[in-house]
Design a protein around this ligand. Structure first.
Ligand code: FRU
Length: 733
């Protein structure tokens, strides 16, 4: 943040030298005349315009037409809207002749951008300027926006305006309004600055309030290499602690000249705060902000949601994650990357897969291609290829491709990822199909991918080389959507007795059998996680002997922080036989206990029907705790509660439930109760009976939490062990 104040003081003095700004300055010097309005479509007919076909109706529309999404952003009381009787109608509207007497034509435009639609300026019957609406795909918006043509070189010429609708399919209509000749450009301008990529990381400040968002492009040799939207911090805006320097990896273009382009900005853009650095984020990292989880992963800056590409290779756990590098809200989905030797101490490695014209980078998975089935490994003595399959969310980019699945690989143990040139490898099937989870199935020597299709349906596919896929079977009506996982586990640790687990985004799972072709369910959808903040979990590939999962603690709040969202502790999955049948258990991996610092000595203070347990030694980090406690069956009252630093968990033995903050989870008390509680600065994870029942929840901590370590009601005795936990961020990255 110190860096920023210096930068900002300097930027106020520097004017942008972009072509657009110079043009604006020239225009500002000339005396300004009134606009010449060509057409505002506010009358009850099209006046002297010639109308052909049906698409325009008999008169300008007064706004939204029947069956249309709400049309907004037009001026006055009407507009040309070719949705008359739907997308299928066609037509043409042509203006009388005008002489061009100003430098600009401003107009409002919206609707479709598909072939057959256009708003044109014709000179001698030839199209001299043309525009369309922005929409290509289902969804989108019916809002009109300003556009401007620079017609200075055409001044004095005669022209005609024409609106064409020859499109009949989806988004087969165009909306135009408020056409006027003007001395002043109305649409936001493009601002650009060329700079040499002198160091690998490009940094620029982003704001986190409701400052307007801009489309930004970074071009090298005329090709767009990075593209995103962000709330750019302009020089005149004061920065808050939540604002941060976003970091773009430009290392592939070191030494080249890049062009930083800000689209459609009404304000002047100051490029001076942009710097280059050898270090990720210019070395900025504190990890001890007020609401920073101390032993749960959260990204240094920006937003995260799902864990992605979880793979273990050569002593390193890779954690890729859905990342918005350019803000603390969801968007610009990119794969962030961190590595750890122990699933706890993470080093961020910078973003690994950036969006491109095929789409933003949605969730996916990773594995080690031990047999080099992909053929990517050319050096037989080099590391095995790490392979990653991810979703391109096409519709989120302006190119509007459908969602598809793609491949990336690494030949340097995960340091750098390369997108496969033949992408997409699994073209669009249906809806927003996404979140491929791959694994190698030894008996058939095939890769298998579990893919989310649409609704509550999933499918499995097989491939020899991860590059082309054949569908195997569908797994329908799971009771949830998104983020599948599939793996086989021994029951009660018996390797000769195994079942497959098929898992969906919110933690519903099926137990079943898989023979390399078909998944056959042996249970209905079951549930094992009951968290208020627990979604889109994914398990690691290539961790022999155990199945380890991270989950996104979706929906946690981190007010005023330059990051947003965190993951759960890493947890091990296993299958256990219970009176209800075989069930999945979720429990912290054994490494979590290595973070225990001191065992807290507790002093019991009885208090009518309750007991308060305070720490006797005055430990300081009582906001980071690991607790184990056991209650024998004979000691169980009908109802009781246990509070950890004021976070209350209620148990109802008759109802067989545990309740935390309104979340009710089933809980068996047949063998008494064993409980593991993991408390970090902004989260609590509750594991009952070895993880057969589990709640993960986030909170915003109070400023001064004076609550005792433990407080019980209804229990006479408590056999608890409590440890303070070490922060994993002691070692600065
Ligand atoms: C789940 C999810 C995925 C998608 C990703 C996008 O949280 O919606 O289905 O791939 O997040 O960020």
């Amino acid at each position: 943040m110190k860096l920023w104040s210096t930068i900002c003081a300097a930027t106020l003095l520097l004017a942008s030298a972009s072509a657009a700004t110079l043009e604006a300055e020239d225009a500002a010097k000339a005396p300004r005349r009134d606009d010449v309005v060509v057409m505002n479509f506010d009358e009850d007919d099209y006046g002297d315009w010639t109308i052909e076909g049906e698409a325009f109706g008999a008169a300008p529309a007064k706004g939204t037409l029947p069956g249309q999404m709400t049309v907004s952003g037009f001026a006055g009381s009407g507009l040309a809207n070719t949705f008359y009787q739907g997308d299928k109608t066609q037509g043409k509207a042509t203006s009388p002749e005008f002489v061009i007497e100003r430098s600009y034509v401003n107009f409002l435009i919206g609707g479709g951008g598909v072939p057959g639609l256009s708003f044109d300026l014709l000179i001698d019957g030839e199209v001299a300027r043309t525009a369309t609406g922005p929409n290509l795909n289902p969804g989108g918006s019916e809002a009109l926006d300003w556009a401007t043509w620079d017609v200075s070189e055409l001044q004095g010429k005669k022209c005609v305006f024409r609106i064409v609708d020859e499109a009949t399919g989806g988004w087969g209509h165009i909306n135009v309004d408020q056409i006027a000749f003007s001395d002043k450009r109305r649409a936001g301008m493009q601002h650009e600055r060329e700079m040499v990529v002198e160091k690998p990381y490009l940094l620029f400040p982003v704001k986190q309030d409701d400052t307007r968002s801009y489309w930004i492009k970074i071009e090298v040799d005329g090709v767009v290499v990075r593209e995103f939207t962000t709330r750019l911090a302009l020089a005149t805006q004061p920065l808050s602690p939540a604002d941060y320097n976003a970091c773009v990896d430009m290392s592939p273009w070191l030494g080249k000249t890049c062009k930083f382009v800000v689209e459609k900005a009404d304000e002047d853009i100051d490029f001076a705060p942009i710097t280059f650095s050898d270090e990720l984020y210019g070395g900025a990292a504190s990890y001890d902000e007020k609401y920073r989880p101390q032993f749960h992963f959260s990204p240094r800056f920006g937003w995260t949601n799902d864990p992605n590409g979880l793979v273990y290779y050569n002593g390193e756990y890779h954690l890729f994650f859905q990342h918005n590098p350019f803000g603390v809200i969801w968007g610009n989905m990119t794969w962030g990357h961190a590595t750890s030797p122990d699933l706890l101490h993470w080093t961020e490695r910078g973003d690994a897969i950036y969006p491109d014209e095929l789409g933003t980078i949605f969730s996916g998975s990773g594995a080690v291609d031990v047999n080099n089935t992909t053929g990517f490994q050319t050096d037989p003595n080099g590391p095995a290829p790490l392979v990653f399959m991810y979703t391109y969310n096409g519709p989120s980019m302006r190119y509007g491709n459908p969602a598809s699945q793609a491949l990336a690989y690494s030949l340097d143990s995960g340091k750098t990822l390369t997108k496969y040139e033949g992408n997409p490898t699994l073209p669009h099937i249906v809806g927003g199909n996404r979140d491929p989870k791959i694994f190698w199935y030894e008996p058939t020597q095939r890769w298998i991918v579990a893919l989310y299709l649409d609704g509550e349906d999933y499918a499995l596919f097989e491939s020899k080389d991860l590059k082309s896929w054949t569908e195997l079977c569908r797994i329908e009506k799971l009771g949830c959507s998104e983020c599948p996982d599939i793996f086989e586990l021994p029951i009660d640790g018996d390797d000769n007795n195994r079942l497959w687990v098929f898992w969906g985004g919110d933690g519903k799972y099926l137990l079943g059998k898989f023979d390399g072709k078909t998944f056959t369910r042996v249970t209905e959808p079951l549930n094992t996680k009951w968290g208020g903040n627990d979604y889109a979990a994914q398990s690691y590939s290539d961790t022999p002997g155990r199945r380890v999962q991270f989950s996104w603690m979706s929906g946690g709040e981190y007010p005023g922080m330059p990051f947003n969202q965190q993951f759960t502790v890493p947890r091990e999955l296993s299958l256990a036989t219970t009176p209800d049948g075989v069930r999945l258990r979720i429990y912290p991996v054994e490494e979590v206990a290595t973070l225990r610092d001191e065992e807290v000595e507790l002093e019991r203070e009885p208090k009518d029907g309750a007991a308060i347990y305070r720490a006797t030694k005055g430990e300081t980090n009582l906001d980071l705790l690991d607790v184990e406690l056991e209650i024998g069956q004979g000691d169980l009252p009908k109802q009781f509660s246990i509070s950890l630093r004021g976070k209350k968990i209620k148990f109802d033995v008759a109802a067989q439930t545990m309740t935390y903050d309104g979340i009710v989870a089933p809980c068996a008390f047949g063998n008494g109760l064993s409980l593991r509680l993991i408390l970090d600065r902004t989260s609590i994870e509750i594991f009952a009976n070895g993880g057969l029942s589990q709640i993960s929840a986030c909170f915003v901590p109070e400023d001064e939490n004076a609550a005792p370590v433990l407080e019980t009601r209804g229990l006479t005795e408590l056999d608890a062990k409590v440890w303070t936990m070490k922060s994993v961020w002691n070692v600065k990255n």
